[in-house]
Each structure stands twice: as C-alpha cells, then as structure tokens.
Design a protein around this ligand. Structure first.
Ligand code: AKG
Length: 258
C-alpha cells in the first residue's frame, strides 16, 4: 500500500533543489502564492463569520487546552480548530507542496498539530523571538514544523512574521542568548510576500510576530505539524466532528491521526 503522503501527492520532486536547500539550511522556504484570489475571498468570508460567532471566545480550543503554556495573547484575534470549521480550510493542511516541505523537515511520519488563525490588531502583535518547542533540540532532531498562509500582503509595516535564518541549527533558545527576546535581532528577516503565499518554517527557528503599524489587521493561518509520536496542540481525536470525518479523505484522516 502506498504511504498516505504519496497518495496525497506530497512527493519530494515537488520541491526544487533551491526550495529543499532553503528549508534545510535557512530554516524556512516560501512556496509562493498557492491560493487563488477566489480561494482567499472564501477564506476571508468564513473567517469573518467565525469571528462574529465566537467573539471573545475565539481560539478557546487553543487557550483552554492543558497543553498550552501561555495565556491568550492580547492584541491578536485568534480562531482555533479550523479543521472542524469548514471545507474551505481543508487545502491549508493537505496541499501537496506544503506537505512535501514539512516532510523535508520531519520525515514521512508526521501529523497535523493544529490549524489556527492569528490576526495582529493595529498597534499590536509584537512577540518575543521564540521556538514552538519547550527546549532546544539537536540539529536534525526536529519535532515540529510550522507554516503560515498569508491572508493579507505581509510588509515590514503590518506585523509580518520575523525569522532568524539558520537559528534552528544553533541548538539554543533565544532567551539563552538574547537579553531581551522582544528586541530586534541583528540577523532577523521580515517575511514580506503577497496574500495567498504559503511559507513553511522549521518551528525550531527563532521567530515571532512584529508590531502591526498600520490601521488594518494582519491576518494569517498557521498550519502546524508535529512528529506522529508527539501530542498535538489540538486534540484532533477529541474534537473531530462527524461532518469532518465524512468529508475528508482517508489520507487527510491519517494526517489528523483520527
Ligand atoms: O503570526 C505570526 O506572525 C507568528 C505567530 C507565532 O509565532 C506564534 O503565535 O507563536
């Protein structure tokens, strides 16, 4: 029987040599604009509805989880558990090229950890440089890999994500090295790209949100993966809905580990 990733079309040949080198050596790779304007419009419509429906409760599946160490972030709107909130989100964790890049970091045995929305409000959004793991790991022993789907154009002004290239290979946490992890790092880059772009970044790279200095929210969805042996950020087995199980393919169910 073929591996589910093969059935999902997530072959390594989807990535160019440059893309493979970028994710391995720099710690991140832009996969380009993978979403059409039509798909973006549908995502925006569904998110607007969910934000209205969930209000202050938005992201509750994330922040009320015993797995999360941080309280709800002030200044950022969140939605969590998007796997169960509409078919429009399915492509964000099943896109073959995205999966090929995640596979390049985690190997073939991974699963979705969470699919969450984060929007930095005007004047807000600055985060410490951090990694998405409680401690530093040896280069190559990576446990988690993230991706960000840009729902707005990302610019230096609107709270785009910052990354410190190659920091996933240091085996150190930002707070071990930096006096103030909220401060700029001399080597950091800002992710600037048009709406619809997907960027995969090794979650062990030092990264974080920056301040949104515009009048409009900066919106994105994080499609976050972990090794199959790890506990996912969203307990997919507990939260999965019948309608989701009925809708998605058996390969997608494998990705969700349900
Ligand atoms: O949305 C971003 O720009 C980064 C978010 C992030 O790294 C986080 O919430 O842990």
């Amino acid at each position: 029987m073929p591996h589910p990733l093969e059935s999902l079309g997530a072959s390594q040949s989807l990535l160019s040599d440059e893309e493979r080198a970028a994710i391995a050596e720099e710690g991140y790779v832009s996969l380009g604009k993978l979403l059409s304007d039509d798909a973006l419009g549908q995502l925006h419509d569904r998110i607007e509805t969910l934000l209205e429906e969930e209000g202050e409760d938005g992201g509750h599946e994330l922040f009320n989880s015993p797995r999360i160490r941080h309280p709800k972030e002030a200044g950022a709107d969140r939605l969590a558990n998007l796997v169960n909130k509409g078919s429009v989100f399915d492509i964000l964790y099943t896109h073959p090229k995205l999966l090929a890049a995640i596979r390049h970091v985690l190997g073939p045995e991974f699963k979705l950890s969470s699919l969450n929305y984060r929007s930095a409000r005007p004047g807000k959004g600055l985060q410490k440089l951090h990694v998405d793991w409680p401690s530093a790991v040896e280069p190559g022993a990576f446990k988690v890999c993230n991706s960000i789907w840009l729902l707005d154009d990302f610019s230096a002004a609107n709270g785009a994500t910052r990354l410190v290239p190659r920091s996933h290979l240091l085996g150190q946490m930002p707070e071990e090295v930096m006096e103030d992890p909220e401060a700029n790092h001399p080597d950091e880059i800002i992710l600037k790209a048009p709406a619809g772009t997907a960027v995969v970044f090794n979650s062990h790279i030092w990264h974080g949100g920056t301040t949104n200095r515009t009048e409009r929210p900066r919106r994105a969805i994080h499609s976050y993966f972990c090794s199959r042996s790890e506990i996912p950020q969203t307990p997919q087995k507990e939260l999965i809905r019948e309608e989701t199980l009925a809708r998605v393919s058996k390969e997608a169910r494998w990705l969700l580990d349900v």
